[in-house]
Design a protein around this ligand. Structure first.
Ligand code: SF4
Ligand code: SF4
Length: 350
């Protein structure tokens, strides 16, 4: 079966490459991706031809079901983020419009039906190069265990070492063991409102509001801190406002003048108890974070639904130009609007 989806102003390669959803796919050629793991693994192809996205599968699905899955996993479930730029503060618009022009067509794919797979890919990505290391580790794990959390968490270390002796692969065992027991460590505020999990933890977390799933993961799962939890949620929930923050994002945002001072980083001890945004605080009866005004995630909250989009662009731009060390300002396509343009003869911002 094949369905066609309108994909005006969309770029499948640009969208999938930096996303954790790409750990479930193999790029078969320009604009052509084949799903190799997770639900429909081996039986889903995505291909962009101009302004049409085609999804093909031999699985017994209806047209609408296939279209729904393809829309989620390509990010086409959400309209172009560039359209949201008009509602941002005028002072930030030139920078974000320039970035939107360079990275035009970027959306945010999500794979809620592959929650466990995505959690594993994100957990492996801590302090590791996604393309050079994480994708290879994922392939090794998918091939040996799939995303069978019980099997991985009880696998002998010697077996995991054959995939890689890296701390990320070996640490996965402890993270997943902790995930299996998460239902017993959920905060009371969550249990009282949503009940205790009665089955696998992934579907339970997906049934929570994303702000509470974040608290549950950070407070109860070993090895999952604020950035990891935000990346899992950004890749599995319709929550594009979630911003996985690291020191690199902070450096790029500061160079671009989007944050005025050097803000603090999200702190696990606070993220495990508080919510940054005022609306969900009231809705779920959870107090405001005392650091909301000084932490980068709180300070970038004005981006709204463009938060995850900006974070992904900051990642891409940081890899190509705005590198932590030695930014390539003279070659940077947005140098004309950057408040930190290079001085003559200099290589970096000043
Ligand atoms: S504002 Fe508080 S809850 Fe929000 S990310 Fe920062 S430290 Fe965590
Ligand atoms: S001009 Fe330099 S500092 Fe500004 S965004 Fe480009 S690489 Fe970064």
């Amino acid at each position: 079966m094949e369905v066609e989806i309108e994909a005006e102003g969309f770029d499948l390669d640009l969208t999938l490459s930096p996303s954790f959803v790409s750990s479930l796919y193999r790029r078969a050629g320009p604009g052509h991706w084949v799903k190799i793991a997770g639900s429909l693994g081996g039986d889903l192809e995505l291909e962009q031809r101009g302004e049409i996205l085609m999804a093909r599968s031999g699985a017994p699905l209806g047209d609408e079901e296939l279209m729904g899955i393809a829309e989620l996993e390509t990010g086409l479930w959400h309209g172009p983020y560039e359209e949201g730029l008009r509602s941002l503060p005028e002072s930030a618009r030139p920078i974000l419009e320039a970035l939107g022009g360079v990275y035009a067509g970027l959306r945010l794919p999500i794979a809620p039906s592959d929650f466990d797979w995505i959690l594993i890919a994100v957990a492996l990505s801590k302090r590791a190069d996604y393309e050079k290391r994480v994708l290879a580790w994922c392939r090794g794990i998918w091939g040996k265990y799939g995303a069978d959390i019980r099997r991985i968490s009880s696998a002998p270390l010697s077996e995991l070492k054959r995939i890689s002796p890296s701390p990320q692969v070996l640490g996965l065992k402890r993270t997943l063991r902790s995930l299996l027991g998460l239902g017993e460590r959920l905060p009371r505020a969550i249990i009282e409102r949503f009940g205790a999990p009665r089955g696998p933890i992934g579907p339970y977390l997906l049934g929570l509001p994303p702000e509470l799933a974040r608290i549950a993961l950070i407070s109860g799962c070993w090895g999952i801190g604020p950035k990891t939890a935000d990346s899992i949620i950004l890749s599995t929930f319709k929550a594009p406002r979630f911003i996985p923050c690291d020191s690199h994002l902070r450096a790029v945002a500061a160079r671009l003048g989007l944050v005025d001072r050097s803000p603090g980083m999200p702190r696990g001890d606070l993220c495990s108890r508080f919510i940054c945004d005022p609306d969900p605080q009231v809705r779920y009866g959870i107090g405001p974070c005392p650091r909301a005004r000084s932490c980068i995630r709180g300070r970038l909250a004005w981006l709204g639904d463009l938060g995850g989009w900006f974070q992904t662009i900051a990642y891409l731009h940081g890899k190509s130009y705005c590198r932590s060390r030695g930014p390539k300002c003279p070659e940077c396509p947005i140098r004309r609007v950057c408040p930190n343009p290079p001085r003559a003869g200099a290589r970096g911002p000043h």
